[in-house]
Design a protein around this ligand. Structure first.
Ligand code: PLP
Length: 234
């Protein structure tokens, strides 16, 4: 077995253990393998190990990979920041979009989602870190955006996503994830039919699962360290 296949299995185990530690059922959270910057061959190896859901952050890179991997029934998730001039290929080729933070983007995705495809699954990205983060709708505006997204035809609002600023203080991280979990609860009480908390990455998935994550987005723990790109540098 190759290194990636071994890492996929180790990651599934780690995730199950995190669920157990949190007093939640095994497989309480879905593993999304984040393959950005890695070649199609790496995705193929993860697929061979049983991985079916993959996350990409850069539109053109993702489209090239999709073409190369067209023989595999992969569920593709777009997890990067989405500019309005790039919504069409995302609406046409992905099953999920995790980073919606503006109503205008949601409207474009809805308009551009081809009618023969199932509704596009959407998570609203929420800024749970305050001033230190540039991305995501402020917590206080998330429900209003949820209302707007849920009203779009061709979109299915599934829940919320967050990327807390890295913190060495585990209690800070815990509080950030908890804030997103509380928001999901609040939205459900308000009548939204939601099932997804997209939170947790390679370094913090245990903390996220303890707070109720239902989907962790894991890159480096599966594929290895990424060469840092300009886009990723803050
Ligand atoms: C790159 C990326 C990840 C994966 O991060 P790792 O630390 O490599 O696990 C998760 N979520 C988003 C939105 C990303 O851009």
């Amino acid at each position: 077995m190759g290194a990636i296949a071994i890492a996929v299995q180790a990651c599934e185990k780690r995730l199950d253990e995190a669920c157990r530690q949190a007093g939640r059922p095994p497989s309480c959270a879905t593993l999304l393998a984040v393959s950005k910057t890695f070649p199609a061959a790496a995705v193929r190896e993860a697929w061979a190990a049983g991985q079916r859901r993959f996350g990409e952050s850069y539109v053109q890179e993702a489209l090239d990979k999709m073409d190369e991997l067209a023989d595999l029934a992969i569920e593709w998730h777009f997890i990067g920041p989405l500019q309005s001039n790039k919504t069409r290929p995302v609406a046409e080729r992905f099953a999920w979009v995790h980073g919606v933070e503006r109503g205008q983007i949601a409207q474009r995705l809805a308009r551009q989602r081809p009618p023969h495809l199932p509704a596009l699954n959407v998570c609203i990205q929420v800024n749970v870190s305050g001033e230190t983060s540039k991305h995501g709708v402020p917590l206080g505006e998330a429900l209003a955006l949820a209302q707007m997204v849920a009203a779009q035809p061709r979109l299915r609002l599934r829940g919320f996503m967050a990327i807390p600023e890295p913190s060495r203080d585990a209690t800070v991280l815990q509080a950030r994830f908890q804030a997103l979990a509380d928001l999901l609860q609040q939205a459900r009480l308000a009548g939204f039919d939601l099932d997804t908390l997209s939170m947790g990455m390679s370094d913090d998935l245990e903390v996220a699962v303890a707070a109720g994550s239902t989907l962790v987005r894991v890159g480096s723990a599966i594929f290895g360290a990424r060469k840092q790109t300009n886009k990723e540098r803050k």
